[in-house]
Design a protein around this ligand. Structure first.
Ligand SMILES: [Zn+2]
Length: 428
């Protein structure tokens, strides 16, 4: 294994602009295809023209392990960056550029792990499958959704490694690495307010739709959701407290007090978001002119649910807050989980510890969503593992979907080593 090689792959991938929209992920798929071609690794491009997904396979047999990642990235605002965002420049020990952490780092590490195993001519007793898919950042309709609907047989595996694990946590000088076993369910919703238009100088003759929407938005913003403590989150919080030397049972009554005391605010607020349904009214659009009372206003709300909170639950909670506004769930899927009690989870944890040394691991529930939803939907146990080096400053994680996104060289080595070791352990 040569870390310069995996870094070059990452730099090359960053230089291919796959901002979604429009995506252009086919360029990244073709780049990876050429890489695999040189190494004699079987691969295929499938999906929408120009936005292809790439699947490569090594070995044959009963067992199967899927390495999945996405090739698209979110758009950039160029001005805010210290380096050109599609340069892949190496500076201050980091590789800089859009996608360096989300998630071309994983694309590169998974591809390179495959290449290393192929070069070693290691006899495999199963299939190692690589899938780099399009469109994760816009819902996956030409990426994971398409793959799990139309090309299931190409990617079906016992378990998968994907993105989506967040950071490691510093507790009493020890590092707690998070392994993602579940995700909340997004419920992106639209609100519509109707009124009667009129002259802005005599507003009492009209009925103002923007005012109705504003009331609804205010109520949604002030909504205090019920604490919803699922076993996975309770276990993570108790593991964290134990590492701190505190033996406390986490209950709905003390959960917020415990979260308030956590110094790592990124971790703390992530936990808060996974102990309740969240409701965030993020868009509002209405009115045409300063002297016309508007008869229509539209709003969009990002709602995220936990297990046991279905669409009916969402409606029951939201409808009393929105007055006359109409509510419509535009994109909804339920929260989804893989078990932390499987041999796969245990193998992942064991391998993480071997690669990183003296660290702890715990199952983690993500407040956001990844392609793991689609994989879990076709029965693939899916685990989010975003291994970063122990030296990686976790505040740099804020650069995901933001400016100056970057990853350190050591993290690229750690990721590749983990993926290489995991495949060897499971398949050879
Ligand atoms: Zn991502």
């Amino acid at each position: 294994m040569n870390s310069q090689e995996v870094i070059t792959i990452l730099q090359d991938l960053i230089q291919i602009d796959t901002s979604n929209p429009p995506g252009n992920e086919g360029k990244a798929a073709r780049y990876l295809g050429e890489l695999f071609e040189k190494e004699g690794i079987a691969h295929e491009l499938v999906g929408e023209k120009g936005r292809e997904n790439i699947v490569a396979t090594l070995g044959e047999g009963e067992k199967s392990l899927l390495y999945v990642s996405h090739t698209d990235v979110v758009p950039v605002s160029e001005e805010a960056w210290k380096v050109p965002p599609f340069s892949g420049e190496m500076k201050e020990g980091y590789i800089w550029g859009r996608g360096a952490l989300d998630c071309k780092d994983l694309v590169a590490a998974e591809a390179y792990a495959l290449i290393c195993i192929k070069r070693e001519k290691l006899p495999l007793r199963g299939r190692l499958i690589f899938a780099a898919v399009a469109d994760e950042e816009k819902g996956g309709s030409v990426g994971s959704k398409l793959m799990t609907e139309r090309y299931k047989d190409m990617i079906r595996a016992d378990f998968a490694i994907n993105e989506g694990a967040g950071e490691y946590i510093d507790v009493n000088g020890k590092k707690l690495y998070l392994l993602q076993t579940g995700e909340k369910g997004p419920c992106w919703s639209r609100l519509k307010a109707h009124g009667v238009s009129g002259h802005g100088a005599i507003p009492t003759l009209a009925d103002n739709a923007v005012v109705k929407m504003a009331r609804a938005v205010k109520n949604l913003g002030e909504y205090e959701p019920k604490i919803w403590l699922i076993p996975e989150v309770k276990q993570l919080m108790e593991t964290y407290l134990q590492l701190k030397g505190e033996k406390i049972a986490v209950t709905p009554e003390n959960v917020d007090k415990i979260i308030d005391r956590i110094p790592d605010r990124y971790f703390a607020e992530g936990l808060r978001a996974t102990t309740r349904m969240t409701v965030s009214p993020n868009m509002m659009c209405g009115g045409k002119k300063v002297n016309i009372v508007p008869d229509y206003c539209e709003g969009e709300v990002d709602i995220r649910t936990l297990p046991g909170q279905d669409l009916e639950y969402v409606k029951r909670e939201v409808e009393p807050l929105i007055g006359e506004c109409e509510f419509e769930a535009v994109h909804y899927h339920p929260a989804n989980f893989s078990s932390a009690g499987t041999e796969y989870y245990n193998l992942i944890e064991k391998t993480v510890k071997e690669v990183l040394g003296d660290v702890s691991c715990a199952p983690y529930t993500l407040s956001g969503a990844t392609d793991s939803y689609y994989l879990r939907g076709i029965g693939i146990e899916s685990y989010g593992v975003s291994l970063l080096s122990k030296e990686f400053p976790t505040e740099v994680l804020k650069t995901v979907h933001s400016s100056d996104e970057r990853i350190d060289i050591k993290s690229m080595e750690v990721k590749t080593e983990f993926l290489y070791q995991l495949a060897r352990k499971y398949l050879s």
